[in-house]
Structures are given as C-alpha cells and as structure tokens.
Design a protein around this ligand. Structure first.
Ligand code: ADP
Length: 544
C-alpha cells in the first residue's frame, strides 16, 4: 500500500482549545450564572482559567481516563470543565439534573465518577444523594468563594479550587481515540445507557456541524445554545464555537422568554439553538409584547419534532431562518439538519415551510437507511416507512459497560429506535419512536404528524398522541391536548382541523383535553407514562 505523506496530528479537543487561544484570543464567552450575574470573558482569560483548573485537577490526583462529573447549567465554569477535563486526558461526564434520584445514583456509580462539580441550585439534591454516590471523592460547588465554604462548613467552591493555580499548562499528547466525554441517555425504559465520546468523534462532529449548509459557524457569529450542556454536548456547539472563534453566549438556568430575549438583544445573537418547547415560550413572549430579535439570523430546533408554528412564525414575523434537525445522544448528537437545496430555496414560502418541517438531510459523516421488519433495506421514496438505522464516525459503536448487541446490526449499523421515511432528496421524515408506533388495521399512523397538526390549532399549547386498543382496528389514535393559558376550545373544534390534512382513517378517534402531559427528564413527552394513565380506556368508537 502507498501511504499518504501527511502529518499524523491527532484530532483532539486540546487542538480546539489551543487554536481558540492563539488565534481568537479576543473572542468572547458570555454567561449567566446562578447568582444571575452576566460574566464576560475573552477567550484568552477563559484559556488561563482552563489551565488553572487543569492544574488543580492534576494536583488533586486526577488521572487519564478518570470521570469528572458535572451537574450544571450552561455557563463558563461548565465550559471550563468541558475543556480542562478532556484535555488532561480525563472524561467530562455531564449528568442531567432533571433525572430521577435513582437514575442520578445509578449514573454516578456506573460511571465511577471521582469528582462532582455542581451548580449551587443543586446543592440540596447533591447533599441528599451524597451517601448513595459510591465513588465520588470530592464535591465542588460552581460559584464564587462563599463565607460558609471559607469557614469550612460548606462544600469547596470552584473559585477556591482553582485560585492558586498557574495559568499555563503543559498539555499531554493525546490519542484521538481516547475518551473525552460521557453522557447517559435518559433511559425511558430500563437503566440509562452511557455513550462514551472520543476526541476524534467530537472533533469530526463539530467540524461537520459548523459547515456552511448547517450551522455555518463563523467568527463573526454570536451563538446562544439554549440546549443544555448536560445533555448531548449542547449539540456540539461548545466545540464548534471555539473552533471558529465565535462569541458563545451561555444562558444559565433562566430559559424563559424575558431572560432569553434580554440575552439575544444584549449580546447581538446571530444563531440560536434549542428544543421546540423553549422556542414556543420565546415566541409567546415576543408575540404578546410585540418585541423584536433583530440580530438573530438563523436558529436550530430539534430534540423533538418542530411544530409548524415555530417555523412559520420565526420565518414570517422575525425573519429568522429555521433549521430543523434530528439527532440523539448516540450520534454526538446531530444526524440531520434542514438546509434547503438550491432548487428548493426559491420555492413559495408555504412549500418551503413544509420541507423545513421535515427533519432535514444527513450531514456528511452520517449514513442513514430504513429497513422493514425482516431487515430488508427500503427505498428512499418518501413513502416507505421503516426502522431507522445509522452509521458513521461519530455514531456510538457500543454502549459504555453494556455489551448487549440489541442496538447494533450484524453489518455494523446502529438501531436508532426511530421509525422514519426518507425522501428522494435525502430528507428524513420521522414518524415515530418504535415503541410509540400506532398500527391501525395493519397500517402505521404517525403520532408525530397528528401531534403537529393539533399544535397548529390556535388554542393548543401541547399535544401527545397515543394508541388505544380497538376491537376492530387493533389500535386507534387518540390525541391528548393541553390548552394555552386562558384559551378555550372544545374537542370537536380541534378534531375538525384534521379534515383534509390527513387521510380520513388517520384522523384521531378522540381529542382529550388534559391539564398537563407527562415529560421525561430531557423534556420530551413521556408516552410511556401517558399510556399508563390511559390503561383500560375505552373508545366511544369501539362498539364491542
Ligand atoms: P434520550 O433518549 O436521552 O431522550 P435524545 O435526547 O438523544 O435522548 O433523544 C433522541 C430522540 O429524540 C430521537 O431518537 C428521536 O426519537 C427524538 N428526536 C430528536 N430530534 C427529533 C426531531 N427533530 N423530530 C422528531 N423526533 C426527534
């Protein structure tokens, strides 16, 4: 074989950190911390603090491969842990604070975390669970020095932990395949599973999502990841921003309309990223108060299906280009993003929005296919629906400490657990999760499509579609809706909007107005819990 003659430099997060410090020293990291202060750091200051933390960790005995856990919102200290832990060769283990207590305990023990850095807001939770964490040696609270801690009564503070350390560090040469970060999926069924990212997978993912058709990250951008750093690496933005020298705006815990609006305008944000619920909240606030977000050029929405209201309103009223994406923790997490192709960009707005409501097309580096129940690969014709499988250099190869093969095919694909169609242009159309599929008279009905239509009704805030047993059809769809504050609507009015939007047999049998809908720790609808609530429910359409 004739080898190429190029350098063998490793793709590591250290490379991103050093590039950021050398060539973008003046770029900014802005963050709102739990004390509601807005901190401004230039990359050069951030770099010095990362070095201080790296020195403190090494002095405290952290070794290569050790897991350093965080329970934290998006702020500069969390970002410092991201970089310092990975760049000394340890693993940054982000824990989702919204998980149930038993899951927090399971995760910390499964990961064998040695350190736990936590936000002051989680102080009581950490103290309550401390005795269940079997391997954590040190607890460090992410705040300024506090009198209590100085007096030796409270946990160590982050600022005192790094205070006396040198602001330079001799970074080790790392292998690009070395583990850099760990994140557990929320485990709606069974225990959460750990996804162990490498430097290489993280880097390739960040490079790819930065690309022109995708997030198009430039030095001149100001980026607000509302998506949490404790879940799925905030979609890779903490790496993509520093790689490109962009301004990074970290919103802390306050994700309500007024707080986000303030940051968007004060920091002249050009790109924002988050889940649909956050954007619905922001939209509501902007609309009610007739406010603007003039600096924002584009936004990414994903994590669950984006309702048309988000696409339509941000595009029409606020002149923001909406990119709908699909992904999962196991994909680092971005798999597809909705960038229109040349011949689609000039379509009339309503046709464009229909395309933008699909889940987007794969980035280079992610291969997609759909298969039927027998494992046969199905065509990309936009009609055939099957189990979605993926493969690529930033897709999980096996779970951490979990060797069960059920999520992987013999020919090396990862089973996403999603059900989808793929159109001839490569756009992904997610119709369901495998476990939420509704099969009526032998045909699949997309619960996601029925939910999106319900949310299009002006009085509906949120909708969840589940199947109810039916003696003739096997299953029939029912849509549970939560109405907007002060809104009124009767179920028949809501049902009427399905006419003409879906085939008649897909129209839900019932619309049920409920006070609230159950959610998982990652803020997604918990259909499992909802199905439990409706166990034994009998449909009026079922005469048997
Ligand atoms: P968890 O399994 O921890 O909830 P993720 O946040 O990784 O983890 O969720 C991944 C799942 O979220 C996907 O498998 C898919 O079902 C759903 N999802 C993500 N983005 C979208 C989207 N744009 N449309 C529909 N479903 C989505």
């Amino acid at each position: 074989m004739l080898y190429g003659r190029m350098m063998q430099d490793q793709l590591t997060i250290t490379g991103v950190l050093q590039h950021a410090q050398r060539f973008h020293a003046g770029s900014e990291i802005v963050s709102r911390t739990s004390d509601n202060k807005v901190h401004h750091l230039r990359y050069e200051q951030f770099y010095r603090r990362v070095c201080q933390l790296a020195n403190a960790l090494v002095k405290a005995g952290v070794r290569s491969g050790d897991r350093i856990a965080t329970l934290a919102w998006n702020d500069h200290r969390h970002l410092e842990i991201y970089y310092a832990s990975s760049c000394i060769g340890a693993v940054c283990h982000t824990i989702n604070p919204r998980l149930f207590d038993e899951q927090l305990t399971f995760i910390a023990n499964d990961a064998e975390d040695r350190f736990l850095f936590f936000d002051p807001q989680f102080h009581d939770k950490v103290m309550e669970l401390k005795h269940t964490f079997e391997t954590v040696e040190r607890y460090i609270v992410l705040c300024e020095d506090e009198p209590e801690a100085a007096a030796g009564n409270g946990p160590e503070t982050y600022e005192s932990f790094i205070a006396d350390e040198a602001a330079s560090f001799d970074w080790p040469e790392l292998d690009e395949n070395q583990a850099s970060a760990l994140c557990y999926t929320s485990g709606t069924t069974g225990n959460p599973k750990g996804v162990l990212f490498s430097h290489r997978s993280t880097l390739i993912h960040a490079l790819s999502v930065s690309g022109g058709d995708w997030l198009c990250v430039r030095q001149r951008d100001s980026i607000l990841p509302v998506v949490p750093m404790f879940h799925a690496n905030a979609w890779g933005i903490p790496y993509a921003a520093l790689m490109n020298g962009a301004k990074l705006v970290l919103p802390g815990y306050a994700l309500d309309g007024p707080s986000l609006h303030g940051l968007l305008n004060d920091e002249r944000v050009t790109l924002m990223a988050g889940v649909p619920t956050v954007w619905l909240g922001l939209l509501d606030y902007l609309n009610r108060n007739e406010l603007s977000i003039n600096s924002v050029e584009r936004m990414m929405v994903g994590g669950s299906a984006a309702p048309m209201a988000i696409i339509h309103q941000f595009e029409e009223r606020y002149d923001v280009r909406v990119m709908h994406g699909w992904g999962m923790t196991e994909l680092s997490p971005v798999g597809t993003l909705g960038a229109l192709k040349n011949h689609q960009a000039s379509l009339p707005p309503q046709e464009r929005y229909q395309l933008q409501a699909l889940q987007g097309r794969p980035l280079f580096g992610v291969d997609l296919r759909i298969v039927d129940e027998a494992g046969h690969v199905l065509p990309h014709d936009g009609r055939a629906i099957g189990a979605l499988q993926v493969k690529g250099p930033w897709v999980v190869g096996s779970y951490y400490k979990d060797t069960s093969p059920e999520s992987f095919t013999e020919d090396g694909w990862f089973e996403t657990g999603d059900v989808a169609a793929i159109d001839p242009e490569g756009y992904l159309i997610i119709t369901d999760r495998t476990k939420d599929v509704i099969k009526s008279g032998g045909e699949w009905i997309s619960s996601i499509e029925l939910e999106n239509i319900a949310v299009g009704h002006p009085s509906v805030a949120e909708a969840a579609c589940i199947s109810i047993k039916h003696s003739k059809w096997g299953e029939r769809p029912v849509v549970c809706v939560v109405l907007k504050e002060d809104a009124e609507a009767n179920p028949d009015d809501i049902k009427a909007i399905y006419e003409g939007q879906v085939a008649r047999w897909c129209i839900p049998d019932e619309i049920i107005v409920v006070d609230d809908l159950p959610h998982t720790a990652t803020g997604k609808l918990s259909k499992l819990e909802l199905r439990r609530r409706f166990e034994g429910y009998s449909l009026k359409t079922d005469q048997a």
